[in-house]
Write a protein that binds this ligand. Structure first.
Ligand code: AP5
Ligand code: MG
Ligand code: ZN
Length: 215
């Protein structure tokens, strides 16, 4: 099964993808994570993407579609993919169709996380992740069970993203509204969009997604 998690910055795409990976053994394909890894490694893609990401604008379609194609090639046979933060433009949606068709597979569900934009700034400015395993947390909504220790790996180092400040988040939201939200009708026309109330607590959102995937 291949699914897209669609929603504005802070909607909970990464949080829910991590849960689906644990439960179903699917692979999370986050173009944001791939780009951050490229920036950290100082690759040519990373050098090109760094400033764009810090401004909260979108990286070029060619770069992200190439990253997705490479990652898909490393999937185990039959392993499902969760597209997290991709596609984000009409051109990327077209590329994804081509990429999947060339691998004899297709999209099964697009899950739209519906959220109230004003709450997203608080979600994003409170977000942190384990520096060792990448597990996501939040200052208010999802603290580790033992303060300062990662639930998943026991790590004690945490990090915050350079683009998680209010000004950049506002730009990311404008980009979402202008370029990403308009791709929903493409998937609506295929009858594969399921909508979830992303303002519910994290466990409720997971349960609602599970109901869509079971359909
Ligand atoms: P990307 O990394 O994809 O960032 P984003 O879309 O802005 O989304 P986020 O990762 O910020 O939010 P999320 O929905 O994953 O929320 P999370 O689950 O962490 O992209 C970053 C940048 O890379 C882009 O700006 C662009 O420059 C570039 N880029 C990436 N992909 C690209 C593409 N395809 N094309 C072009 N450029 C691209 O949750 C947020 C916080 O809230 C967490 O702390 C979490 O614990 C908490 N939380 C989650 N759910 C709930 C809930 N239900 N209730 C309370 N708290 C919650
Ligand atoms: Mg994310
Ligand atoms: Zn960890």
């Amino acid at each position: 099964m291949n699914i897209i998690l669609l929603g504005p910055p802070g909607a909970g795409k990464g949080t829910q993808a991590q849960r689906l990976v644990e439960k179903h053994g699917m692979r999370q394909l986050s173009t944001g994570d791939m780009l951050r890894a490229a920036v950290k490694a100082g690759t040519p893609v990373g050098l090109q993407a760094k400033a764009v990401m810090e401004r909260g604008e979108l990286v070029s379609d060619e770069i992200v579609s190439a990253l997705i194609g490479e990652e898909l090639d490393s999937l185990a046979p039959g392993q499902g993919a969760i597209f997290d933060g991709y596609p984000r433009t009409a051109a990327q949606a077209e590329s994804l169709d081509v990429i999947l068709a060339s691998r004899n597979t297709q999209l099964d569900h697009v899950v739209e996380l519906e959220v109230d934009e004003e709450a997203l700034v608080e979600r994003i400015t409170g977000r942190f992740t384990c520096a060792n395993c990448g597990k996501g947390y939040h200052d208010t909504f999802e603290q580790p069970r033992q303060l300062g220790v990662c639930d998943k790996c026991g790590g004690t180092q945490f990090k915050r993203r350079p683009d998680d400040n209010e000004e950049t988040v506002r730009t990311r939201m404008v980009e979402y509204r202008a370029k990403t939200a308009p791709i929903l009708p493409i998937y609506d026309a295929r009858g594969i969009v399921g909508r979830v109330n992303g303002m519910a607590d994290i466990d409720h959102v997971t349960a609602a997604i599970e109901r869509i995937l079971a359909d």
